[in-house]
Design a protein around this ligand. Structure first.
Ligand code: CTP
Ligand code: MN
Ligand code: MN
Ligand code: MN
Length: 430
């Protein structure tokens, strides 16, 4: 039977920040196809094209029902000619030739594999690709000089490409909280990024740290990092101090899209216990366990070759005799760990963690700016500039007509300043 025209008569606003975009939606097949093309454009450093595909995908994510025919799309915003063509193809044939060609292209596969290395961006990956380097192994063999981030990225490649689970995020949160409270009691820690939007997995875990007494948060990050390092929780970290003072522009106009908060991009060493749950201290490794593989429980005898960088002669780091890993995710972890440079199974995994410190007066802006999604953020800034003559950043909101900064102590107030209906984090999955 012919699908109805219900969607065509629904008026859908054109900015993603005007719409509710839940995590689970009705048009996954279409948005997956468009996301591939967006990703390909981004990897080819064609930002405009990438954004066009992302906007089209975000529109489909916000629709209240499944699109069954192209006629249902009449009158909807954000759907450019190219996106519409792809959508029609998928609706009619189940697949899009362009998407299939992209997915199977050597260049796309290589660019994805190489940018999947922490510390490697599209420019670097493209240069390597043109030298014939297509995989992390090719890169390892090439003898290229890598920076510290890239060396860590290569070393923990498999693990960093395993999704981080919600329970792992919670465990990391407990560690971060202990670290922060050890050096600054009263500081507040908030889970941001994808997990705040309700995602069950992520590529990393993001935290925002602040303190109600403005100024107390200054210089907090190096202290937190020292504490974490002393406890053996960090495999890699790069801390950047804040740069409010060096900047000649107002706080709403950072030189780039990058904000000027004190931040730390890191790789945590997260212990995993026998049920895939995480134990908090790097030292609490228990013995007498088994590894559960697809073929049932098996006991692995670890060799005593420990490549753990946190093993020091003065603090013996016992390897587990055996390790029980249960559940799908745990099996994947144990598979990866079993194939890593470690000759025995490990009881920890590497997890990417981002930490950001904001002054209390900027907290609401930082929270809004770091909750994402990236497209939702972009749309908020575009709305602010084009519809309200305001400049929004993760630091502030500036009204160019009234030539003044608009204060806010909550996200709700920022949406109100912008003349937008409040959209909760779980509906910012554009
Ligand atoms: N962000 C930022 N500046 C950066 C990196 C990230 O402002 N240098 C913001 C992004 O705009 C996003 C949030 O931080 O809103 C989280 O970014 P990221 O961790 O990359 O994405 P997530 O949405 O958390 O997705 P994932 O689950 O894959 O981590
Ligand atoms: Mn066709
Ligand atoms: Mn994230
Ligand atoms: Mn992040």
């Amino acid at each position: 039977e012919k699908p109805g025209l219900e969607l065509a008569v629904v008026s859908v606003p054109s900015y993603a920040c005007q719409r509710h975009t839940p995590l689970l939606h009705h048009n996954i097949t279409l948005t997956d196809a468009l996301s591939i093309l967006a990703e390909n454009a981004e990897l080819g450093e064609n930002e405009g094209r990438g954004v066009a595909f992302r906007r089209a995908a975000a529109l489909l994510k916000s629709l209240p029902q499944e699109v069954r025919g192209a006629e249902q799309l009449r009158g909807l915003p954000c759907l450019g000619e190219h996106s519409l063509r792809v959508i029609k193809e998928v609706l009619e044939d189940g697949v899009s030739l362009e998407v299939e060609t992209t997915t199977h292209s050597e260049q796309f596969k290589a660019m994805k594999a190489l940018t999947g290395i922490f510390g490697v961006g599209a420019k670097t990956a493209d240069r390597w690709f043109r030298e014939g380097i297509h995989t992390p192994s090719d890169l390892q063999r090439s003898g290229h000089t890598l920076n510290r981030a890239q060396r860590a990225g290569l070393q923990y490649y498999d693990e960093l490409n395993l999704p981080v689970t919600k329970s792992e995020a919670v465990a990391i949160g407990q560690i971060v909280e202990r670290a922060v409270h050890a050096v600054l009691p009263g500081a507040e820690i908030t889970l941001i990024g994808g997990f705040r939007r309700g995602k069950q997995t992520g590529h990393d875990v993001d935290f925002l740290i602040t303190h109600p007494d403005e100024g107390r948060e200054e210089g907090l990050m190096p202290k937190v990092v020292s504490w974490l390092e002393a406890q053996g929780f960090l495999l890699y970290q790069k801390t950047t101090g804040n740069s409010y003072l060096e900047s000649k522009e107002g706080p709403a106009r950072p030189a780039s899209n990058m904000d000027r908060f004190e931040r730390c991009f890191s790789i945590f060493r997260l212990s995993t216990d026998n049920e895939g749950r995480e134990i908090q201290t790097g030292r609490e490794i228990q013995t007498g366990r088994e590894i559960q593989t697809g073929d049932g429980p098996q006991t692995y005898s670890p060799t005593l070759t420990n490549t753990d960088p946190h093993t020091h002669s003065d603090s013996p780091h016992p390897l587990p005799q055996t390790l029980v890993v249960v559940g799908d995710h745990a099996q994947k972890v144990s598979w990866v760990l079993g194939h890593s440079q470690c000759s025995g199974p490990r009881s920890w995994r590497a997890v990417r963690v981002d930490l950001v410190v904001s002054p209390y007066s900027q907290f609401a802006f930082a929270l809004l700016g770091w909750t994402g999604s990236k497209l939702f953020e972009r749309e908020l800034r575009r709305w602010a500039v084009h519809e309200k003559a305001m400049t929004l950043s993760s630091h502030a909101l500036y009204d160019r007509k009234r030539t003044q900064y608009l204060r806010a102590s909550s996200e709700e107030e920022i949406f109100a300043h912008l003349g937008l209906e409040y959209i909760p984090p779980c509906d910012r999955n554009a």
